[in-house]
Design a binder for this molecule. Structure first.
Ligand SMILES: [Fe+2]
Ligand SMILES: [Fe+2]
Ligand SMILES: [Fe+2]
Length: 413
Protein backbone atom coordinates (compact mmCIF):
# COMPACT_ATOMS: atom_id res chain seq x y z
CA UNK A 1 0.00 0.00 0.00
CA UNK A 2 1.16 3.51 -0.81
CA UNK A 3 2.38 5.35 2.31
CA UNK A 4 -0.33 7.59 3.66
CA UNK A 5 -3.20 5.75 2.00
CA UNK A 6 -5.91 4.96 4.55
CA UNK A 7 -6.93 1.48 5.56
CA UNK A 8 -9.15 0.57 8.40
CA UNK A 9 -7.86 -2.73 9.60
CA UNK A 10 -6.55 -2.44 13.11
CA UNK A 11 -4.58 -5.17 14.68
CA UNK A 12 -5.87 -8.55 13.51
CA UNK A 13 -4.23 -11.85 14.23
CA UNK A 14 -0.61 -11.48 15.10
CA UNK A 15 1.75 -14.36 15.63
CA UNK A 16 4.96 -14.31 17.62
CA UNK A 17 7.28 -15.71 14.93
CA UNK A 18 5.94 -13.25 12.34
CA UNK A 19 6.37 -10.34 14.75
CA UNK A 20 9.92 -11.41 15.60
CA UNK A 21 10.88 -12.06 11.99
CA UNK A 22 10.02 -8.44 11.22
CA UNK A 23 11.35 -6.75 14.35
CA UNK A 24 14.65 -8.64 14.39
CA UNK A 25 15.53 -7.11 11.02
CA UNK A 26 16.17 -4.00 13.08
CA UNK A 27 18.97 -5.81 14.94
CA UNK A 28 20.88 -6.18 11.68
CA UNK A 29 20.54 -2.68 10.30
CA UNK A 30 23.70 -0.93 9.23
CA UNK A 31 24.41 2.24 7.31
CA UNK A 32 24.57 0.07 4.18
CA UNK A 33 21.28 -1.81 4.62
CA UNK A 34 20.44 -5.05 6.43
CA UNK A 35 23.05 -7.76 6.99
CA UNK A 36 20.85 -10.73 7.87
CA UNK A 37 22.94 -12.21 10.67
CA UNK A 38 20.05 -13.10 13.00
CA UNK A 39 17.83 -14.58 10.30
CA UNK A 40 20.66 -16.70 8.96
CA UNK A 41 21.68 -17.94 12.38
CA UNK A 42 18.03 -18.97 12.99
CA UNK A 43 17.94 -21.02 9.79
CA UNK A 44 21.34 -22.65 10.31
CA UNK A 45 20.55 -23.49 13.93
CA UNK A 46 17.11 -24.89 13.05
CA UNK A 47 18.67 -27.12 10.40
CA UNK A 48 21.33 -28.35 12.80
CA UNK A 49 18.58 -29.01 15.36
CA UNK A 50 16.67 -31.04 12.81
CA UNK A 51 19.78 -33.05 11.94
CA UNK A 52 20.46 -33.62 15.64
CA UNK A 53 17.03 -35.25 15.91
CA UNK A 54 15.37 -32.62 18.14
CA UNK A 55 11.56 -32.62 18.26
CA UNK A 56 9.38 -29.86 16.79
CA UNK A 57 9.08 -27.87 20.01
CA UNK A 58 12.83 -27.75 20.60
CA UNK A 59 13.47 -26.92 16.96
CA UNK A 60 11.05 -24.00 17.26
CA UNK A 61 12.87 -22.82 20.38
CA UNK A 62 16.23 -22.98 18.61
CA UNK A 63 14.86 -21.08 15.60
CA UNK A 64 13.33 -18.30 17.69
CA UNK A 65 16.41 -18.08 19.91
CA UNK A 66 18.48 -17.70 16.73
CA UNK A 67 16.33 -14.72 15.71
CA UNK A 68 17.11 -12.88 18.95
CA UNK A 69 20.45 -14.36 20.06
CA UNK A 70 22.46 -11.11 19.97
CA UNK A 71 19.70 -8.95 21.40
CA UNK A 72 22.03 -8.01 24.27
CA UNK A 73 24.51 -6.25 21.97
CA UNK A 74 24.47 -2.52 22.77
CA UNK A 75 26.72 -0.91 20.19
CA UNK A 76 27.81 -1.29 16.61
CA UNK A 77 31.39 -1.50 17.86
CA UNK A 78 30.49 -4.56 19.88
CA UNK A 79 28.64 -6.04 16.91
CA UNK A 80 31.74 -5.66 14.74
CA UNK A 81 33.92 -7.25 17.41
CA UNK A 82 31.63 -10.28 17.61
CA UNK A 83 32.04 -10.86 13.88
CA UNK A 84 35.61 -12.09 14.52
CA UNK A 85 35.72 -15.89 14.66
CA UNK A 86 37.62 -16.26 17.92
CA UNK A 87 36.22 -13.31 19.78
CA UNK A 88 37.56 -12.53 23.24
CA UNK A 89 35.10 -11.76 26.00
CA UNK A 90 31.86 -12.57 24.17
CA UNK A 91 29.87 -13.13 27.36
CA UNK A 92 28.56 -9.68 28.32
CA UNK A 93 26.00 -9.49 25.53
CA UNK A 94 24.98 -13.11 26.11
CA UNK A 95 24.25 -12.34 29.77
CA UNK A 96 22.47 -9.07 28.98
CA UNK A 97 20.45 -10.85 26.29
CA UNK A 98 19.49 -13.46 28.85
CA UNK A 99 18.30 -10.78 31.27
CA UNK A 100 16.30 -8.90 28.63
CA UNK A 101 14.57 -12.07 27.42
CA UNK A 102 13.95 -13.47 30.88
CA UNK A 103 12.10 -10.23 31.71
CA UNK A 104 9.89 -10.57 28.61
CA UNK A 105 7.31 -13.29 29.37
CA UNK A 106 6.57 -14.50 25.81
CA UNK A 107 10.32 -14.88 25.15
CA UNK A 108 11.52 -16.09 28.54
CA UNK A 109 11.80 -19.66 27.22
CA UNK A 110 14.58 -18.50 24.86
CA UNK A 111 16.70 -16.87 27.56
CA UNK A 112 18.77 -19.91 28.53
CA UNK A 113 19.87 -20.71 24.97
CA UNK A 114 20.93 -17.09 24.51
CA UNK A 115 22.85 -17.03 27.80
CA UNK A 116 24.96 -20.00 26.67
CA UNK A 117 25.42 -19.18 22.98
CA UNK A 118 29.15 -18.43 23.41
CA UNK A 119 29.93 -21.10 26.02
CA UNK A 120 32.95 -23.17 25.00
CA UNK A 121 32.79 -26.94 25.02
CA UNK A 122 36.09 -27.18 26.93
CA UNK A 123 34.72 -24.98 29.76
CA UNK A 124 36.18 -21.87 31.49
CA UNK A 125 32.82 -20.17 30.85
CA UNK A 126 31.29 -17.66 33.30
CA UNK A 127 28.32 -20.02 33.53
CA UNK A 128 30.64 -22.67 35.01
CA UNK A 129 29.32 -25.20 32.50
CA UNK A 130 31.34 -27.37 30.15
CA UNK A 131 30.78 -30.17 27.62
CA UNK A 132 27.39 -31.83 27.52
CA UNK A 133 26.22 -29.78 30.54
CA UNK A 134 25.88 -26.73 28.24
CA UNK A 135 22.24 -26.64 27.03
CA UNK A 136 22.10 -28.12 23.54
CA UNK A 137 20.10 -25.17 22.20
CA UNK A 138 22.97 -22.87 23.29
CA UNK A 139 25.54 -25.14 21.64
CA UNK A 140 23.59 -25.18 18.37
CA UNK A 141 23.33 -21.39 18.41
CA UNK A 142 27.05 -21.10 19.10
CA UNK A 143 28.00 -23.20 16.11
CA UNK A 144 25.39 -21.59 13.82
CA UNK A 145 26.58 -18.14 14.89
CA UNK A 146 30.21 -18.89 14.11
CA UNK A 147 29.25 -20.40 10.72
CA UNK A 148 27.40 -17.20 9.90
CA UNK A 149 30.23 -14.85 10.81
CA UNK A 150 32.49 -16.76 8.43
CA UNK A 151 30.12 -16.42 5.46
CA UNK A 152 30.93 -13.70 2.97
CA UNK A 153 28.30 -12.24 0.67
CA UNK A 154 29.25 -11.25 -2.84
CA UNK A 155 30.99 -14.52 -3.67
CA UNK A 156 29.65 -18.05 -4.25
CA UNK A 157 28.60 -19.67 -0.99
CA UNK A 158 29.78 -23.11 -2.13
CA UNK A 159 33.29 -21.91 -2.81
CA UNK A 160 33.57 -20.87 0.84
CA UNK A 161 32.47 -24.17 2.37
CA UNK A 162 35.71 -26.20 2.46
CA UNK A 163 37.67 -23.36 4.09
CA UNK A 164 34.85 -22.63 6.52
CA UNK A 165 34.57 -26.26 7.62
CA UNK A 166 38.36 -26.45 8.07
CA UNK A 167 38.32 -23.45 10.38
CA UNK A 168 35.49 -24.84 12.46
CA UNK A 169 37.09 -28.29 12.64
CA UNK A 170 40.08 -26.51 14.14
CA UNK A 171 37.83 -25.43 17.03
CA UNK A 172 36.20 -28.86 17.56
CA UNK A 173 36.89 -30.09 21.08
CA UNK A 174 37.76 -26.61 22.38
CA UNK A 175 34.86 -24.39 21.28
CA UNK A 176 32.40 -26.98 20.00
CA UNK A 177 31.35 -30.56 20.59
CA UNK A 178 33.24 -32.47 17.83
CA UNK A 179 30.04 -34.38 17.06
CA UNK A 180 28.22 -31.15 16.24
CA UNK A 181 30.97 -30.10 13.85
CA UNK A 182 30.65 -33.52 12.17
CA UNK A 183 26.91 -32.97 12.00
CA UNK A 184 27.45 -29.62 10.29
CA UNK A 185 29.79 -31.23 7.76
CA UNK A 186 27.16 -33.89 7.09
CA UNK A 187 24.19 -31.52 6.55
CA UNK A 188 26.50 -29.10 4.76
CA UNK A 189 27.15 -31.81 2.19
CA UNK A 190 23.96 -30.60 0.52
CA UNK A 191 24.67 -27.60 -1.67
CA UNK A 192 21.18 -26.30 -0.96
CA UNK A 193 22.05 -25.90 2.73
CA UNK A 194 24.42 -23.08 1.80
CA UNK A 195 22.62 -21.66 -1.21
CA UNK A 196 19.48 -21.16 0.90
CA UNK A 197 21.51 -18.68 2.95
CA UNK A 198 22.03 -16.28 0.07
CA UNK A 199 20.12 -13.11 1.08
CA UNK A 200 17.73 -13.29 -1.88
CA UNK A 201 16.63 -16.84 -1.05
CA UNK A 202 16.76 -16.66 2.72
CA UNK A 203 13.06 -15.76 2.98
CA UNK A 204 12.09 -19.22 1.68
CA UNK A 205 14.20 -20.98 4.30
CA UNK A 206 12.74 -18.74 7.02
CA UNK A 207 9.22 -19.64 5.91
CA UNK A 208 10.14 -23.30 5.98
CA UNK A 209 11.36 -23.20 9.58
CA UNK A 210 9.16 -20.57 11.23
CA UNK A 211 7.10 -22.09 14.02
CA UNK A 212 3.39 -22.31 13.26
CA UNK A 213 1.61 -24.06 16.08
CA UNK A 214 0.28 -22.25 19.15
CA UNK A 215 2.18 -19.04 18.59
CA UNK A 216 -0.60 -16.43 18.70
CA UNK A 217 0.26 -13.12 20.30
CA UNK A 218 -2.37 -11.51 22.54
CA UNK A 219 -2.27 -7.79 23.39
CA UNK A 220 -0.34 -8.31 26.66
CA UNK A 221 2.35 -10.40 24.95
CA UNK A 222 2.58 -7.99 22.05
CA UNK A 223 3.05 -5.15 24.49
CA UNK A 224 5.88 -6.88 26.31
CA UNK A 225 7.73 -7.77 23.08
CA UNK A 226 7.26 -4.20 21.82
CA UNK A 227 8.56 -2.91 25.18
CA UNK A 228 11.63 -5.09 24.77
CA UNK A 229 12.41 -3.54 21.38
CA UNK A 230 11.74 -0.06 22.76
CA UNK A 231 14.33 -0.79 25.43
CA UNK A 232 16.84 -1.90 22.75
CA UNK A 233 16.40 1.40 20.93
CA UNK A 234 16.56 3.48 24.10
CA UNK A 235 19.46 1.72 25.87
CA UNK A 236 21.94 2.71 23.17
CA UNK A 237 22.17 6.21 24.52
CA UNK A 238 21.97 7.53 28.07
CA UNK A 239 20.01 10.52 26.73
CA UNK A 240 17.18 8.44 25.35
CA UNK A 241 17.09 5.78 28.02
CA UNK A 242 13.30 5.98 28.23
CA UNK A 243 12.35 8.02 25.18
CA UNK A 244 10.26 5.34 23.41
CA UNK A 245 8.34 4.44 26.55
CA UNK A 246 7.78 8.14 27.23
CA UNK A 247 6.42 8.79 23.73
CA UNK A 248 4.20 5.70 24.03
CA UNK A 249 2.74 6.82 27.35
CA UNK A 250 2.16 10.41 26.17
CA UNK A 251 0.56 9.24 22.90
CA UNK A 252 -1.80 6.93 24.74
CA UNK A 253 -2.81 9.69 27.14
CA UNK A 254 -3.47 12.08 24.22
CA UNK A 255 -5.53 9.35 22.54
CA UNK A 256 -7.66 9.15 25.68
CA UNK A 257 -8.02 12.96 25.69
CA UNK A 258 -9.48 12.80 22.18
CA UNK A 259 -11.88 10.06 23.22
CA UNK A 260 -10.36 7.24 21.15
CA UNK A 261 -11.56 3.75 22.16
CA UNK A 262 -9.29 1.81 24.55
CA UNK A 263 -8.03 -0.63 21.84
CA UNK A 264 -6.92 2.31 19.76
CA UNK A 265 -5.20 3.87 22.76
CA UNK A 266 -3.30 0.59 23.21
CA UNK A 267 -2.32 0.62 19.56
CA UNK A 268 -1.04 4.18 19.94
CA UNK A 269 1.05 2.91 22.84
CA UNK A 270 2.57 0.13 20.69
CA UNK A 271 3.24 2.60 17.87
CA UNK A 272 5.00 4.88 20.37
CA UNK A 273 7.15 2.02 21.63
CA UNK A 274 8.27 1.19 18.08
CA UNK A 275 8.36 4.64 16.48
CA UNK A 276 12.17 4.92 16.53
CA UNK A 277 12.91 1.26 15.70
CA UNK A 278 14.77 2.49 12.60
CA UNK A 279 17.23 4.33 14.89
CA UNK A 280 18.90 0.94 15.30
CA UNK A 281 20.13 1.76 11.79
CA UNK A 282 21.97 4.89 12.99
CA UNK A 283 25.46 4.57 14.48
CA UNK A 284 26.09 5.66 18.07
CA UNK A 285 28.63 8.26 17.00
CA UNK A 286 25.74 10.11 15.34
CA UNK A 287 23.14 9.49 18.08
CA UNK A 288 25.42 10.80 20.80
CA UNK A 289 27.11 13.61 18.90
CA UNK A 290 27.10 16.66 21.17
CA UNK A 291 27.20 19.25 18.37
CA UNK A 292 25.28 19.85 15.13
CA UNK A 293 25.22 17.01 12.59
CA UNK A 294 26.97 17.29 9.23
CA UNK A 295 25.23 16.56 5.93
CA UNK A 296 26.16 12.90 5.84
CA UNK A 297 24.99 12.35 9.42
CA UNK A 298 21.68 14.06 8.66
CA UNK A 299 21.15 11.54 5.81
CA UNK A 300 21.25 8.67 8.27
CA UNK A 301 18.91 10.38 10.71
CA UNK A 302 16.40 11.11 7.96
CA UNK A 303 16.43 7.42 7.03
CA UNK A 304 15.27 6.15 10.43
CA UNK A 305 11.51 6.64 10.03
CA UNK A 306 11.63 5.01 6.60
CA UNK A 307 13.28 1.98 8.19
CA UNK A 308 10.60 1.93 10.91
CA UNK A 309 7.94 1.97 8.18
CA UNK A 310 9.44 -0.81 6.09
CA UNK A 311 10.04 -3.08 9.08
CA UNK A 312 6.60 -2.60 10.64
CA UNK A 313 5.05 -3.05 7.19
CA UNK A 314 6.09 -6.70 7.45
CA UNK A 315 3.96 -7.21 10.56
CA UNK A 316 0.58 -8.54 9.45
CA UNK A 317 -2.20 -6.49 11.01
CA UNK A 318 -0.03 -3.45 11.73
CA UNK A 319 -1.59 -1.43 8.89
CA UNK A 320 -2.34 1.86 10.58
CA UNK A 321 -0.01 1.28 13.52
CA UNK A 322 3.03 1.33 11.23
CA UNK A 323 1.86 4.66 9.86
CA UNK A 324 1.36 6.30 13.24
CA UNK A 325 4.81 5.04 14.22
CA UNK A 326 6.64 6.00 11.05
CA UNK A 327 5.05 9.37 10.28
CA UNK A 328 6.27 11.08 13.45
CA UNK A 329 8.60 13.41 11.54
CA UNK A 330 6.04 14.28 8.85
CA UNK A 331 4.62 17.82 9.07
CA UNK A 332 1.18 19.23 8.34
CA UNK A 333 2.73 21.52 5.71
CA UNK A 334 4.29 18.54 3.87
CA UNK A 335 7.87 19.55 4.68
CA UNK A 336 8.57 16.61 7.01
CA UNK A 337 10.24 13.31 6.11
CA UNK A 338 10.51 10.74 4.62
CA UNK A 339 7.23 10.71 2.63
CA UNK A 340 6.40 14.46 2.69
CA UNK A 341 2.77 13.75 3.55
CA UNK A 342 0.62 16.74 4.43
CA UNK A 343 -2.39 17.53 6.60
CA UNK A 344 -4.76 15.87 4.15
CA UNK A 345 -2.95 12.55 4.63
CA UNK A 346 -2.03 12.63 8.30
CA UNK A 347 -4.58 11.03 10.63
CA UNK A 348 -5.31 12.27 14.14
CA UNK A 349 -3.23 9.39 15.51
CA UNK A 350 -0.23 10.32 13.35
CA UNK A 351 -0.54 13.91 14.54
CA UNK A 352 -0.71 12.71 18.13
CA UNK A 353 2.48 10.70 17.64
CA UNK A 354 4.31 13.70 16.15
CA UNK A 355 3.36 15.88 19.14
CA UNK A 356 4.15 13.09 21.64
CA UNK A 357 7.62 12.72 20.09
CA UNK A 358 8.44 16.45 20.20
CA UNK A 359 6.96 16.91 23.68
CA UNK A 360 8.95 13.96 25.07
CA UNK A 361 12.18 15.05 23.41
CA UNK A 362 11.85 18.59 24.80
CA UNK A 363 11.27 17.39 28.35
CA UNK A 364 14.22 14.97 28.22
CA UNK A 365 17.90 15.83 28.51
CA UNK A 366 19.86 15.79 25.24
CA UNK A 367 23.63 15.55 24.63
CA UNK A 368 23.65 19.28 23.85
CA UNK A 369 21.14 20.60 26.44
CA UNK A 370 19.24 19.75 29.62
CA UNK A 371 15.49 19.01 29.61
CA UNK A 372 13.43 22.18 29.07
CA UNK A 373 11.13 23.75 31.69
CA UNK A 374 7.36 24.00 30.99
CA UNK A 375 7.42 27.57 29.61
CA UNK A 376 10.15 26.72 27.09
CA UNK A 377 8.31 23.54 26.05
CA UNK A 378 5.17 25.63 25.47
CA UNK A 379 7.11 28.20 23.42
CA UNK A 380 8.69 25.58 21.15
CA UNK A 381 5.43 23.69 20.59
CA UNK A 382 3.49 26.88 19.82
CA UNK A 383 6.23 27.93 17.44
CA UNK A 384 5.96 24.58 15.64
CA UNK A 385 2.21 25.12 15.28
CA UNK A 386 2.82 28.58 13.77
CA UNK A 387 5.40 27.09 11.40
CA UNK A 388 2.94 24.53 10.06
CA UNK A 389 4.61 21.48 11.60
CA UNK A 390 2.22 20.33 14.34
CA UNK A 391 -1.55 20.16 14.78
CA UNK A 392 -2.87 23.05 16.95
CA UNK A 393 -5.59 20.91 18.64
CA UNK A 394 -3.11 18.21 19.63
CA UNK A 395 -0.59 20.74 20.90
CA UNK A 396 -3.35 22.43 22.92
CA UNK A 397 -4.23 19.03 24.42
CA UNK A 398 -0.58 18.38 25.30
CA UNK A 399 -0.23 21.79 26.96
CA UNK A 400 -3.52 21.25 28.76
CA UNK A 401 -2.15 17.95 30.12
CA UNK A 402 1.17 19.70 30.98
CA UNK A 403 2.39 18.42 34.34
CA UNK A 404 0.65 15.12 33.96
CA UNK A 405 2.40 14.39 30.67
CA UNK A 406 5.77 15.55 32.06
CA UNK A 407 5.32 12.98 34.79
CA UNK A 408 4.71 10.29 32.17
CA UNK A 409 7.91 11.23 30.33
CA UNK A 410 10.15 11.51 33.38
CA UNK A 411 8.66 8.54 35.19
CA UNK A 412 8.25 6.17 32.26
CA UNK A 413 9.88 2.80 32.89
FE1 LIG B 1 26.61 -13.50 20.21
FE1 LIG C 1 25.66 -13.54 16.64
FE1 LIG D 1 12.35 9.83 15.42
Amino acid sequence: MRPGARDDYGCGTLDLPGFLLALTLALDLSHGGIEPHHHRVAVIAARLAEAAGLGPEQRDEVFLAGLVHDIGVRTWREKARLAELEVREPFTHAEEGYELLAATPPLAGLASAVRHHHDRWEGANPSGLAGAAIPLAGQLLHLADRVEVLLKDGTCMLEQVPGLLDRLRGLAGTHFDPHLVDLLAAVGGRESFWLDLEPRFLGRALEEHRPRAGTGLGPGALRSVAELFARLVDRRSPFTHRHSRGVAAVARRLGAYFGLPPERQDQLYWAGLLHDLGKLGVGEEILDKPGPLDEREVCFIRRHTYLTYRILEMVDGFGEIKEWAAFHHERLDGRGYPFHLDGARLSLESRIMAVADVFTALVEDRPYRAGLPPDRVRAVLEDMVRNGALDPRVVAAALDGGEDLRGLVLGAG
